[in-house]
Design a protein around this ligand. Structure first.
Ligand code: 5RP
Length: 232
């Protein structure tokens, strides 16, 4: 197992330990959260946890939840989300995030924002001083509005690029049937303002800036050749 995978596994395990019996859990998307989903399933199977329900943020999360035996519910049925566990592509010192590396940020923002506690699980490579320094900002857009949205983003000073599929010809299609535009901004000085400005462009569904949503960040690190978890 690579060092990055070992950090992700450890941090996923620690997050899964925070789930309590009887709770409704938001299940995030990505390779780090996948470990958390696996360990929640393991705790259910060995009887340590009882009466859990998951609310998935993507097809990936619902497929994994079914694989690991976690019963699912929906926002229509659940009256609350006790805890959400999700990954991130960048985390700044104020616990603000860029998400959407897996094109799931629209559903993730709905579920993560509704949770009473939102735990972010990352490896140490995701920590940045300023958002946008290592990762492009994902914006989900209705396909028919792609061109005017890209123009509006360019007018804001961004460099938009349509995300293309891997092992699929043409653009990435989100779980809602939309496109993703990844945007390079020279500098994101005010994430809260940019989040609102982008969402105000007609045709934009949601962008990957998560401002003021995170409660806890669990960071996987390697110390003396051993994976460790630090809390922020
Ligand atoms: C999906 C996401 C993921 O949480 C994010 O891309 C992190 O993924 P990983 O844990 O695989 O690094 O936002 O839309």
């Amino acid at each position: 197992m690579s060092t990055a995978a070992a950090m992700k596994q450890e941090v996923g395990k620690v997050a899964a330990q925070r789930v309590k019996s009887g709770s409704i859990v938001g299940l995030g998307t990505g390779s780090t959260t996948a470990y958390a989903i696996e360990y929640i399933g393991e705790r259910l199977k060995n009887g340590e946890l009882k009466d859990i329900k998951g609310i998935p943020t993507s097809f990936q999360a619902s497929v994994l939840a079914k694989k690991f035996g976690i019963p699912l519910t929906s926002l229509d049925e659940a009256d609350r989300i006790d805890l959400a566990i999700d990954g991130a592509d960048e985390v700044d010192p104020n616990k603000n995030l860029i998400k959407g590396g897996g094109a799931a940020h629209t559903r993730e923002k709905i579920v993560d924002s509704l949770a009473n506690e939102f735990i972010v699980v990352v490896d140490s490579s995701k920590m940045v001083d300023k958002l946008g320094s290592t990762f492009l900002l994902p914006v989900e857009v209705l396909p028919m509005a792609m061109t005017p949205v890209m123009r509006a983003i360019a007018n804001l000073g961004g460099e938009p690029e349509l995300r293309m599929g891997v092992k699929k010809a043409g653009p990435v299609i989100t779980d809602q049937g939309n496109f993703v535009i990844d945007v390079k901004f020279a500098s994101i000085d005010n994430p809260a303002e940019l989040e609102k400005t982008l969402n105000n462009i007609p045709g934009v569904l949601e962008n990957g800036l998560f401002v003021g949503v995170t409660d806890v960040v669990l960071i996987g690190e390697v110390k003396d050749d051993k994976p460790m978890v630090r809390e922020m």
